[in-house]
Design a protein around this ligand. Structure first.
Ligand SMILES: Nc1ncnc2c1ncn2[C@@H]1O[C@H](COP(=O)(O)OP(=O)(O)OP(=O)(O)O)[C@@H](O)[C@H]1O
Ligand SMILES: [Mg+2]
Length: 294
């Protein structure tokens, strides 16, 4: 809507997990390196957890791009509310297993055959499960058993489980201790650091076609960082709404008042106790009105 007004060729703050907008914060870089290293070195189980909206699905999309570029076969499950039967059916479908996909025994036999054959010629096969915190106990147990398939050189199936922090808590439960023991690599995504948030916002706008943007000042991005706690999805949603507001007001400069309005509309909760403390040299124009409680 506002793209032409600001000169964007693409929407800068789209909500989709698009790897072409990837911003490599230290944590995201580390997570992606772990995913790729874990899969390549046939580590078996790899777990990626993180707060809602921190970029887990985006990391998985980047991993999928990498696997595609390396011609690595993978199954990718994004709907984790599955029964055991549905899980095997989807697995067989994704890996294109030629068998009766409704029969768990047949799927297991075909899968085993495929994994042994691929491992025999040095090829890796991967199972990616997003939203893994939603998996039922019996499906997780089947996944654990799949992780047992191995030859002398390593695991036959590399399994990546990504999910919200609830997954970490699930893995601490006594019934999951066998699975927990098998996890070779574990990484956690966090919100950005303040400096990263500034670089993130600028990098998305540059990717969308506006380099060296002056629409949202670094100081205002710092306040956006504080209110979003550096969570990428919240940053996107705030910035998108601010741009829309600025467009509606026919100005190319976002203000603190716009941010106040947007965060109120989004019902954003952030630690209100902390008074807004601008950095030294903070432009007067965007200081909070002292009469307004924070
Ligand atoms: N490192 C990053 N670079 C660019 N964009 C990112 C990054 N991390 C997250 N995003 C953006 O933030 C939004 C949320 O990311 P994503 O959907 O990957 O989060 P998630 O952790 O999977 O969330 P959920 O817990 O709800 O599944 C997306 O719009 C995505 O493009
Ligand atoms: Mg996700």
């Amino acid at each position: 809507m506002y793209n032409a007004f600001f000169g964007f060729k693409l929407s800068p703050f789209n909500m989709s997990p698009d790897p072409s907008f990837l911003f490599r914060s230290a944590k995201h870089e580390e997570a992606l390196a772990n995913l790729i290293y874990g899969v390549q070195s046939r580590k078996g189980f790899i777990v990626l957890t993180g707060e809602v909206g921190t970029g887990k699905t985006t990391m998985l999309e980047c991993l999928r791009d990498f696997l595609n570029s390396q011609q690595v076969a993978f199954a990718s499950l994004f709907n984790s509310r599955l029964t055991v039967g549905q899980f095997f059916e989807l697995l067989a479908y994704d890996l294109d297993l030629r068998c009766n996909r409704l029969s768990k025994t047949e799927v297991l036999l075909a899968l085993n055959g495929m994994l042994v054959e691929r491992a025999g010629v040095g090829r890796t096969t991967v199972l990616i499960v997003d939203e893994a915190h939603n998996l039922d106990w019996d499906v997780l147990e089947e996944i654990r058993l799949l992780g047992n398939l191995e030859n002398r050189r390593g695991k036959l199936l590399q399994i990546v489980l990504a999910g919200q922090q609830e997954l970490d808590r699930k893995l601490e439960m006594p019934e999951f201790r066998q699975l927990k023991q098998r996890i070779a690599l574990r990484c956690t995504l966090l919100g950005f650091e303040p400096r990263e948030t500034v670089a993130y916002v600028n990098s998305r706008m540059a990717r969308a076609g506006v380099k060296d943007q002056t629409i949202i000042s670094p100081e205002l991005i710092e306040e956006i960082h504080f209110r979003s706690q550096g969570i990428p999805r919240l940053i996107n949603s705030i910035c998108d709404n601010i741009l829309l507001t600025a467009f509606a007001m026919e100005t190319k400069t976002a203000s603190l008042e716009m941010l106040d309005e947007v965060t109120a509309d989004l019902r954003l909760e952030y630690p209100g106790q902390r008074p807004f403390r601008p950095e030294p040299g903070f432009p007067e124009s965007i200081l909070r009105n002292p009469g307004v409680p924070s």
